[in-house]
Unconditional design. Sequence first.
Lengths: 302, 302
Amino acid sequence: MKVVLLSGGVGGARFARGLVDAAGGANLTIVGNVGDDLEVLGMSVSPDLDSILYALAGLHDEERGWGRAGETWEALATVSALGGEDWFRLGDRDLGLHLVRTHALREGEPLSAVTARLARALGVEPAILPATDERLRTWIDTPAGSFAFQEWFVARGHRDEVDGVRFEGGAHAAAPGVLEAIGAADAILIAPSNPYVSIWPILAVPEIRGALEARRVPCVAVSPLVGGRAVKGPADRMLARMAGGTTPEHVAGCYSGLIDALVVDESDPTGPNAVRRVATKTLMTDLAASRRLAERVLEAAA
Amino acid sequence: MKVVLLSGGVGGARFARGLVDAAGGANLTIVGNVGDDLEVLGMSVSPDLDSILYALAGLHDEERGWGRAGETWEALATVSALGGEDWFRLGDRDLGLHLVRTHALREGEPLSAVTARLARALGVEPAILPATDERLRTWIDTPAGSFAFQEWFVARGHRDEVDGVRFEGGAHAAAPGVLEAIGAADAILIAPSNPYVSIWPILAVPEIRGALEARRVPCVAVSPLVGGRAVKGPADRMLARMAGGTTPEHVAGCYSGLIDALVVDESDPTGPNAVRRVATKTLMTDLAASRRLAERVLEAAA
């Protein structure tokens, strides 16, 4: 069964690991969010693609939830001591990857090609594709003003309420391989990521949204909420303010016309109405739980 | 006594520390070589300026002779694992400085301004100036071909014999402050650095060479050789091949018309003839030795 997964960062990466554990990596293509990519200290950083890479290579820090295990912070401490830009936490090992990627991008290699090369070097089997090779940036509108995603999320600690989400750039083309993978897929999955800032930036690529709208295979999304609450991050506050609530129906509304089923946690009692409800335990407390969730989602998509 | 020191990397940095120890840093301006600067992994690295910064900030690795003490190598190990450019050894702390400098240069700050800012942040008192803010690169002609300095020095381990040294770029302007410092100096010193690849690139800036030729104060060079042998590096082999020998006379010949005295080691029995000979112990085995050498050189220049 050929599967395409649309994924954001941490939750998506965890789910991707479960998928590989459940069904192997050979038939899996992961389309990653690049809306929260940023330039920091002149380096091109792709946090969501990296979370996926690190998780699938077994290099991720389980406890911290992002970045690499056994990470050290000497370079950033020096940057800090020298009065440099130190608001974005870059570990030394993580930095090594950013240096390689940034150098390759500057030499003209597309992000999709660099990502494939990094995945190969890390022994990662599934294809990991950025949604687009073009510059696509998520902007967050708040009562305090508009902020680039990472400024809102990291520098301001995502405290500002969100009135809207916008995507900088024009009609981006999908990265090479994305439409082909969706066209060949037996099932399309949407990871338990924040709909607005992790999945919408992928769907902001018109060709990808169009491919999902024209799908002839099931598309199943996993809700990132458990009992109406986000496991981590501001998804619940964003849904409450922008969609009017945090029920499965509100989550499904984020993917209107694009999904056939929503996998929700058992603790979310009802809904959605518009698409099929699949209830299970969605909290990925460990790899075994991620795998069980992935198996349940694959069943639902079969 | 206002002093200007022309300096290369390791030996020059060591001598600079001795000078600060002997006479304080307030009246010292160090003009550093930028001919061995390089771009590695998209970062702008200035090895000689950094050796001086680290030595004067007390951050240098005494044993290794270059880079920072207590250095770690996680980022480079990652670069290596990912198939990136790993021939030039960049430690994690060192990397932090390169990131700050590269980012500033990309934003349009001149190298002299960045260097001053880094020096301030590290609590370094003497003014440290690059010879020029413009791109000046040392090229090495060898029987195996021509190489950019660091390719010859690091990547090829400076094994190739040197037939000639050239400097890429046109008639560079001296960096702001350099000519003013030379004009106001009571003495000009040339550090015990490799004449060809550490000092000549400084003298390749026509305004600096001109200022030394027109000097009205003593200029004293310190030979980098002890008993006709380089303490470290290829200076002796280069002198033997390009100047025809490694005596004080051959060293003085590298600075023809620019110096009034050459400080040589007691183990070098005779010469030079063209300029005054000052013999002392020149081997800088520790900070006390560096200080004694600096005191002797300052006396000779008084």
